[in-house]
Write a protein that binds this ligand. Structure first.
Ligand code: ATP
Ligand code: MG
Length: 274
């Protein structure tokens, strides 16, 4: 699979693949995946796998296509006018673009956390169980158990267990983001997609989210977009470096940061551009 990188300044080097393999193998396969916004191509024949139970960081300069790739995984881009895709993305072997695929079901299997915490204007408990309620779950015991399990899973339980009925908008930014993670795991997804989940948080709240990601590792497959190199190095097993809509290098985080194969990766991770 390994390909020699070409380090020509005018050319995007060929992708180098040496990712760490997950204990249970691959969960998502991206296969020659391209995406166009109208006439503008944003992703170019990307091929890479996400390994089950591992944390993969997506890094690269602004506008290189990280969010586009992340949002493709649960088909969040579907509603954009003029969007066109080519190639495949397979979740557990099934092409997510199959016509008969249930998109709502797909999104349940992939929880998503955004850059800005987006709790709903309702109580803390109601935020967590929102996805279950939408699904028609009414059993109080199930709902109460989900609130406790998800908030514990998101390392927020101790801070909020005595005020579950309070409005979620009264929480701090970091608490709100952990609440959004609790909501994302309430429906017990297989994959967690995080698009710069700490960029609106202070350093202390950021560390809490990073600790949480480390705790969630193994149980969920996590794909995290981040602009913070230290964060990618701290939380991820594998790192994919994107440039101009192409995965330039993909490998074990340690290798990508300390012994990258491509000069462009080297320049980016050492802060020479970006
Ligand atoms: N809805 C859209 N319609 C048209 N073009 C878009 C749309 N969303 C993104 N793009 C374009 O696609 C390219 C990739 O954008 P994307 O948001 O995926 O980049 P990114 O790597 O996440 O950047 P950032 O680090 O700034 O968040 C950019 O050129 C962007 O302008
Ligand atoms: Mg983005």
């Amino acid at each position: 699979m390994a390909t020699a990188a070409v380090n020509d300044d005018n050319q995007v080097p060929a992708t180098v693949y040496h990712p760490q393999t997950g204990p249970e193998g691959t969960v998502i396969e991206i296969d020659k995946f391209s995406l166009w916004y109208g006439a503008k191509q944003a992703l170019f024949e990307n091929t890479l796998n996400f390994e089950k139970g591992l944390v993969t960081a997506l890094i690269g300069p602004s506008g290189c296509g990280k969010s586009t790739l992340l949002r493709s995984l649960n088909r969040m881009n579907d509603l954009i006018d003029g969007l066109r895709v080519a190639g495949e993305i397979r979740l557990e072997g099934q092409n997510i673009f199959n016509r008969d695929l249930d998109v709502i079901g797909l999104r349940k299997r992939m929880g998503m956390v955004f850059q800005k915490p987006n709790p709903f204007p309702m109580s803390i408990a109601d935020n967590v169980i929102y996805p279950l309620k939408v699904d028609g779950v009414r059993d109080r015991k199930v709902l109460e158990e989900t609130v406790a399990r998800s908030l514990k899973g998101a390392a927020l339980w101790e801070e909020v267990k005595d005020r579950l009925k309070d409005n979620a908008l009264g929480l701090s930014g970091g608490q709100q983001q952990r609440l959004c993670i609790a909501r994302a795991i309430a429906a017990d997804p297989e994959v967690l997609l995080m698009d710069e989940p700490c960029s609106a948080l202070d350093p202390l709240a950021t560390i809490k989210i990073e600790d949480l990601i480390n705790e969630l590792r193994g149980r969920y497959t996590i794909v995290i977009v981040t602009h913070n190199m230290q964060q990618a190095a701290r939380v991820s097993d594998n790192t994919a470096f994107m440039y101009l809509g192409t995965i330039v290098e993909y490998g074990q985080t340690d290798t990508v940061f300390t012994r990258p194969k491509s000069e462009r990766t080297q320049d980016y991770v050492t802060g020479r551009f970006g």
